[in-house]
Ligand binder design. Structure first.
Ligand SMILES: Nc1ncnc2c1ncn2[C@@H]1O[C@H](COP(=O)(O)OP(=O)(O)OP(=O)(O)O)[C@@H](O)[C@H]1O
Ligand SMILES: [Mg+2]
Length: 365
């Protein structure tokens, strides 16, 4: 799974998605390179699906941006609004100070500071305008090049629609009308995902879980996407079927030159399948590295706990395997300095403060 092509297909930049007080995605940044499989991993509720849904614009981001092929396709405004609020508050304080100041030099300084703050507010307002513009006028054709395979194959397929209509829905929405052309495309997709033409006229309930997920794959692939966000595409399936669907995605990736953002809640599924892996914990990206590097040098205690949960088919290992439980309060002291995502080794990022950075650097193999 060597991938020397570092063309950035997707860039997620300081993305936040808040649902009221729930910071489902909180300042997450990562890039997905063309042709790679990027695994996004973390326990239930950590914000993986929300990240995916925000990328395909099912929600407008609270703040931060999403770029696809260099173009901004989603943007939020909260960070700019917050910055404006802070600048306004400091202008207010400066004005108050101005009133009490009797030293001419200090007065000049204050006036200059106020001017600079006003200029800053102007810039931030411009950013808001530009974000709202990009949000509204994003290129619809470009956006169809990102498709999502949804987490729950049963809930995501409309039971009243035939398989043909489900798979063709995106094409029809995009304006395709020729019934024969649509049929041909649907048949081709069914074949591509290992189903048959005759399945087109049937309804979702007539299919097994694995077959349903194949329909979900067909529905995404028919749009000729460049990026597929596969949201836990196999976790609802029997273990024996999981490998089939993974192999299907892998074949398609090679055949169609796809890039995959592959979401999973544990590392065992993404281990052999991902070029790079991002680990999420409660809305934050806590570690990001090449897959091999992450397994060799897990640094964040949460990554370590995820690794310790992977069973191996080795009875001796299994006997002594200790599950590490991640306890954030016991693992970190952020009373003096808070954490940020830091690059500890080229391409290997970990969410930590300076003291932890030092400590993790020593741990590196
Ligand atoms: N539409 C929504 N409105 C309000 N809260 C939401 C919404 N969608 C998700 N959440 C909340 O955001 C957080 C992240 O949810 P999300 O579905 O992204 O997690 P996940 O990592 O995909 O979990 P899972 O592995 O269970 O699928 C959760 O606390 C969830 O309750
Ligand atoms: Mg999810």
């Amino acid at each position: 799974m060597e991938n020397n092509n570092k063309e950035v297909l997707l860039k997620v930049d300081h993305l936040c998605q808040y649902f009221g007080f729930n910071k489902a995605v909180d300042d997450v940044s990562f890039e997905v390179h063309k042709g790679e499989v990027f695994g996004l991993v973390g326990e239930s509720g950590c914000g993986k699906t929300t990240t995916g849904r925000t990328i395909i614009r099912l929600y407008n981001p609270t703040s931060g941006s999403v770029y696809f092929k260099g173009q901004r396709v989603a943007a939020g405004t909260m960070s700019y609004k917050k910055a404006i609020g802070e600048a306004e508050a400091s202008i207010k304080a400066l004005k108050k100070e101005l009133k009490g100041a009797d030293d001419g030099q200090r007065k000049d300084e204050i006036l200059k500071e106020i001017e600079a703050k006003k200029e800053f507010i102007k810039e931030q307002k411009h950013e808001i305008k530009s974000a709202l513009h990009d949000q509204k006028h994003c290129d619809k054709d470009l956006i169809t090049k990102i498709q999502m395979i949804f987490q729950d194959p049963i809930a995501s397929l409309d039971p009243r629609m035939t398989v043909r209509d489900i798979i063709a829905e995106g094409l029809v929405i995009n304006g395709m009308k020729d019934k024969k052309e649509i049929d041909e495309k649907v048949y081709k997709m069914l074949e591509l995902v290992g189903l048959v033409k005759e399945h087109a006229s049937r309804y979702p309930h007539e299919f097994s879980g694995g077959q349903k997920q194949r329909i979900g794959v067909a529905r995404a692939v028919i749009m000729e996407p460049e990026l597929i966000i596969a949201d836990e595409p196999v976790s609802a399936l029997d273990v024996s079927i999981q490998a089939q669907v993974i192999n299907l995605l892998n074949d398609l990736r090679e055949e169609l030159g796809l890039t995959l953002l592959f979401i999973a809640h544990d590392l065992s599924v993404v281990k052999y399948f991902s070029d790079r892996i991002g680990v999420m914990y409660y809305g934050k990206l806590v570690e990001l590295a090449d897959a091999d590097e992450l397994f060799k040098n897990p640094l964040h205690p949460y990554t370590k706990s995820l690794l310790s949960a992977i069973p191996l088919p080795d009875p001796a290992y299994e006997k002594q395997r200790q599950r590490i439980v991640y306890n954030p309060l016991a693992s970190h002291d952020y009373s003096q300095e808070g954490p940020t995502l830091k690059e500890i080794k080229p391409g290997h990022f970990v969410y930590c403060n300076s003291a932890e950075f030092e400590q993790y650097s020593k741990e590196l193999k």
